[in-house]
Design a protein around this ligand. Sequence first.
Ligand code: ACO
Length: 383
Amino acid sequence: MSSIQKAADTRGLAGQTIGDTKVCSVNQTQLIYRGYEIADLAANATFEEVSFLLLEGHKPSTDELARFEAELRDMREPHPEVIKVIHGLARSAPNAHPMNVLRTGISLASHHDPDCEDNSAEAELRKSKRLLASIPAMIGAHQRGLEGKDPVSADPSMSHAANLLWCLSGETPGEIATKVMDVSLILYAEHDFNASTFTGRVIASTNSDLHSAVCGAVGALKGNLHGGANEAAMDMLRDIMDDTTQDSDLTVGAWMTRAFEEKRKLMGFGHRVYKNGDHRAGILRDWGLRYANEENASAKKWFDLGDEVQQIMFEQKNIHPNVDFPCGMTYYSMGIPVPQYTPIFVASRITGWCAHIMEQHANNRIIRPLAEYTGPELSNWND
Ligand code: ACO
């Protein structure tokens, strides 16, 4: 290698293709779920249709969709013990992170799932649907417990997105709130071998069960380099707003320069695959801004600030926002509590995870890569 050539940094498996999938394609120019492009899905499909596409492998017919939606509506209430424990944790452990509580809820649900230990394709599809249908009620039970309120029963008359908002707030959501939530769930549903999906596939590859693989995936999603960035992005925007309001000499640019000097990562920016922008970010920003314009004018300031941060980040670092950046502003405008942003991500990505776990089990070989040893040289114990 010449001295001016730099070895590729392959830490974190950067740039490595480690398997194939029929579920999703992620590249610089397109994001495709089973043959359908993300902008097409966000504009023309519902989250239920996208969930069917991911889990069943093809676009649903009218009859298939009706059957699928009815099944999900029937399975929205988790086992009562799950709700009792999750709701109780809000009081006994109020500082527990909602992602950890949701992971506990999913783990607990496994004990009451009659198919838990059955890894057949049919059983895994049933388990996937039960989790997809019931996760909104788990998220809602925890949030309402934190607010000192009783959980509400899941509403079988609502769409999946509307029921999620209902379970969280106990209020019937309006049309635009439901639409924005639905689009965000579509955008978050799947993203090939991202860290949480890969985690799920590794667990599944040992012949472990679907719930165990999903619990591992929840743990991986929680971190702020991955799904946890939607909460961290909003926390950062609030810090910038507070700091620049309290100190009128401090500009947004100066705040960011300080962050760059301190080598801090700005949350909601950058991506391992997308170096020219995340296909999902602009779609969600436009829907979030539309929500603010129509329903919550005071929230528009977050989009103005977000645009300024985005502009400076591009000019100074040539780094684009990922989907978590507009997600923070969008959910904040909608009045959703910040610590529930990543659990909502789970309510969507459960579809992608389950599709991958089923794909792994359908053609399994244990995932067991090699490591390059860099430890001490061999010594004799008695020397
Ligand atoms: N803020 C500041 N600098 C950044 C950022 C950022 N958000 N992202 C990347 N960079 C810089 C890095 O410091 C690095 O600079 P250097 O070459 O001078 O060291 C360069 O850009 C390349 O970045 P990497 O860290 O090599 O990118 P990697 O692919 O390893 O990490 C990641 C990708 C984790 C998304 C990273 O961009 C990051 O930490 N972003 C913030 C967290 C975030 O938003 N995560 C959500 C991702 S999307 C999702 O999971 C749904």
